[in-house]
Design a protein around this ligand. Structure first.
Ligand SMILES: C[S@@+](CC[C@H](N)C(=O)[O-])C[C@H]1O[C@@H](n2cnc3c(N)ncnc32)[C@H](O)[C@@H]1O
Length: 346
């Protein structure tokens, strides 16, 4: 009855979303980090950040003095904080490493890396980078990978200048409007909206689950084969799936449908045995779609063009910092974003 690939399980669908914490304005991010991904480019980059991104960060961490204080703002599951620790261990240096995020993070509990790797890192969940828990001039290096630009711009700059003081430097990798990340995100974003608000796929899956939930015995299930209402429900489901699969080659569809369809299929298949679990799996899928849509909209709003990057650099220059702007490519032709390197005034 369900013409879909079966490559996932209901529990996969549930783990996509995790359990939503109440009263968390960053719920979409909190749920992502609780799912255990190490960084926000997890579908594109294996392990921790590698290649040119890793080299960029290592060069900054390696310059820190013994005992230096590093703060990773918008740390997520601590990818940069872990790199800072790795670099410190490799150079036999002690660093005081902090990770700050507005989301309700707990990287070790989420299993983003081996718990021992997080030893020595202090995480500050539910903490805005516009109100950092550090003294004026209290840090040596502020770092941010795809995070500083998500916060209200002027408040973020003022707070960064406060904690940098004279001795602090900063390094950032920022979203750029002409990056690969921006293009891929723009292609995917409409799909989340379509699955939530346009396609009848989820509503027809609900209807199939309802039909299956009411067929408890083998005889009732057999009777569905000739029940006109069940047949109409089945046909609507298959039509909706067929419409989506016909569009599977469109830009952005592959990754989204590749996760959505198997999880949806598995949820529906499980309905005869456990309708409650099937409904929970469908709700988890909806939550995942809403979260992805929310995060991609935030990313879209955070993108910087060249003039906005220059304006940001100028704000730090006018406070007395030397600033260098650049581009970072993950591989030739694949721009990851801008770099902004803000020297200490000391
Ligand atoms: C794209 S993720 C980047 C996470 C991490 N730096 C990485 O590279 O994997 C953006 C992060 O910034 C956080 N964020 C957004 N606004 C923030 C703010 N005002 N203060 C602190 N963190 C913020 C989000 O919660 C999210 O975890």
């Amino acid at each position: 009855m369900v013409p879909l690939e079966d490559a996932s399980t209901v529990s996969d669908a549930e783990s996509i979303a995790g359990s939503p914490p109440p009263d968390d304005p960053q719920g979409a991010w909190t749920r992502l980090w609780r799912s255990g991904v190490l960084h926000s480019c997890a579908t594109a980059i294996d392990g921790n950040y590698d290649g040119p991104v890793r080299a960029f960060w290592q060069s900054h961490f390696a310059r820190l003095p013994d005992g230096g204080v590093v703060v990773d703002v918008g740390t997520g599951n601590g990818a940069l904080a872990l790199l800072a620790m790795d670099t410190a261990h490799a150079g036999r240096k002690r660093l005081e490493v902090h990770g700050v995020d507005l989301a309700d993070i707990s990287p070790a509990a989420a299993g983003a890396a081996d718990a021992s790797a997080f030893e020595g890192i202090t995480f500050h969940p539910r903490t805005s980078l516009t109100a950092l828990p550090f003294a004026d001039g209290g840090i040596d290096l502020l770092v941010s990978q795809f995070a500083f630009e998500y916060a209200p711009r002027e408040a973020a700059i003022v707070e960064a200048l406060r904690v940098l003081g004279r001795r602090g430097a900063a390094a950032m990798v920022l979203h750029s409007s002409d990056s690969l990340v921006a293009r891929v995100s723009a292609e995917r974003l409409p799909w989340f909206g379509h699955l939530l608000h346009g396609s009848p796929m989820l509503a027809s899956a609900d209807a199939v689950v309802d039909v299956l939930a009411h067929a408890r015995t083998q005889a009732e299930r057999s009777a569905l084969a000739t029940d006109p209402r069940a047949e109409a429900t089945r046909a609507a489901f298959n039509d909706a799936a067929g419409d989506l699969l016909e569009r599977a080659a469109e830009p952005g569809a592959g990754e989204v449908l590749g996760r959505f369809m198997p999880a949806l299929s598995q949820a529906v298949r499980s309905a005869s045995a456990d309708p409650l679990r099937a409904r929970q799996a469908l709700e988890a899928l909806r939550q995942w779609l809403r979260d992805e849509e929310e995060r991609l909209m935030q990313l879209h709003d955070a993108l910087l063009g060249a003039p906005e990057l220059e304006a940001l650099a100028d704000r730090f220059r006018s406070a007395g910092h030397a600033v260098a702007c650049g581009s970072l490519e993950q591989r030739p032709g694949a721009k990851l974003g801008w770099t902004l390197e803000i020297a200490s005034r000391g």
